[in-house]
Design a protein around this ligand. Structure first.
Ligand SMILES: O=C(O)CCC(=O)C(=O)O
Ligand SMILES: [Fe+2]
Length: 224
């Protein structure tokens, strides 16, 4: 027994990144989406949540739909507020390092050709929503893989705010994902309509998209 006193488990219950990446890859192979409650490393999501809270509300902008000249604010579709994440501060950089490792892993394992990652914090104030939509339109391939990580400790069954992931355009029932702290969701951007139901409290997340390189000669495809 004395020897056990010196035994220290290598890490806590959460799987190592490689194990998690492997599970995600297997999910994507078998069902083109991955829903992993509580899978994110605790220190990473705690750090990200603290970072999100430290950002001044003035840095948030009303979210819109479309990009560039097609950008449109439309309260009928979505009412959340967003703030793009860059590597300016350490927690943001750690997050981008982690997502870059995931990107490399998926490229090696699944040959996905993921080229870049854009992502933002999203704040859905109580009652906010994002109606059913696709993150990418077929044929306009650039957003390939959507990612959402939830940053809401203690989210309860009565808090609402589920993300509903529909299996295809005819699916009306969908799979409800509770936006609980540390839950990670990934899905092929062109394949799954999804929506965010209104919540009864503030709802925080980091949502992002891995993109392929659609730059044409001489014309760089901007990251957002
Ligand atoms: O927050 C979520 O659960 C999903 C957000 C979303 O669909 C998006 O930002 O495109
Ligand atoms: Fe979306």
């Amino acid at each position: 027994m004395a020897a056990l006193a010196h035994f220290r488990p290598e890490h806590n219950d959460s799987p190592t990144d490689k194990t998690l990446f492997s599970l995600i890859a297997n999910d994507l192979i078998s069902q083109s989406y991955s829903i992993r409650p509580g899978a994110m490393p605790c220190d990473l999501v705690d750090n990200l949540l603290a970072y999100q809270h430290s950002i001044s509300t003035q840095k948030y902008e009303q979210a819109g739909i479309g990009r560039g000249d097609d950008f449109l604010r439309n309260d009928f579709v979505r009412t959340d507020k967003i703030c793009w994440i860059n590597g300016e501060f350490e927690p943001g950089q750690r997050w981008l390092d982690w997502t870059s490792q995931l990107q490399q892993f998926l490229n090696r394992r699944l040959f996905m050709g993921l080229f870049s990652f854009e992502n933002h914090f999203a704040h859905y104030a109580s009652g906010s929503y994002y109606k059913r939509h696709y993150d990418a339109l077929k044929g306009e391939t650039n957003r390939v893989l959507s990612q959402v990580t939830y940053l809401n400790p203690g989210w309860g069954p009565d808090d609402g705010g589920e993300m509903v992931l529909y299996r295809n355009e005819n699916d009306l029932e969908g799979i409800k994902v509770v936006p609980l702290h540390g839950t990670l969701v990934l899905f092929l951007s062109e394949e799954f309509p999804h929506e965010v139901l209104p919540a009864s409290r503030d709802r925080y997340s980091a949502a992002g998209w891995f993109r392929v390189n659609t730059s044409l000669a001489g014309k760089i495809d901007p990251p957002r």
